[in-house]
Design a protein around this ligand. Structure first.
Ligand code: T46
Length: 136
């Protein structure tokens, strides 16, 4: 059976009566070593982001405030998910075209990545991405 494109992982919750506390341990809790963390915030209403794939990069995306809809496309199938929780993150492997839509006001999308920023790892043309999925 073909595995789903959307792979969600649970994030341990250590909150108590005082409020929430979510934990991502960097020493082995994720299926890859974390080399970079960045977060996307202050996205203007109606703006979409992404529109690229990665050749190698693996990432975990957690919407730590508000919500965002993330869609993944492998060249044949497209699946999307609304991220709106501190307790679940979306794993995104290489070879997936990603788009981010419907950012809610004040939303913050935190991303844990297994490599430092490298523009050469991006495929920013959808046509080139689709071609790459048919290659080999
Ligand atoms: C991804 C989705 C989920 C850097 O200089 N360093 C960085 O670590 C990042 C992530 C970006 N940049 C530069 C590259 C561009 O000039 O910041 C600018 C905006 O990046 P981009 O247009 O790629 O941002 P998004 O929101 O479309 O995509 C980002 C990540 O780039 C990407 O890897 O998977 O979030």
């Amino acid at each position: 059976m073909t595995p789903p494109l959307i792979q969600l992982v649970d994030i341990p919750q250590r909150g108590d009566a005082r409020g929430g506390l979510s934990v991502v341990e960097l020493g082995g809790a994720l299926p890859f070593p974390v080399r970079r963390v960045y977060w996307i915030h202050g996205t203007a209403p109606g703006v979409s982001r992404g529109f690229h794939a990665h050749k190698q990069l693996r990432q975990l995306c957690v919407c730590v405030a508000g919500s965002v809809r993330l869609s993944l496309f492998d060249g044949r199938r497209e699946e999307s998910v609304v991220l709106d929780s501190n307790s679940q993150g979306l794993l995104i492997g290489p070879g997936l075209w990603r788009e981010m839509h419907d950012f809610s006001p004040g939303s913050v999308l935190m991303v844990f990545a297994d490599a430092e920023y490298d523009e050469a790892d991006y495929i920013r043309s959808k046509e080139a991405f689709i071609e790459s999925t048919h290659a080999g």
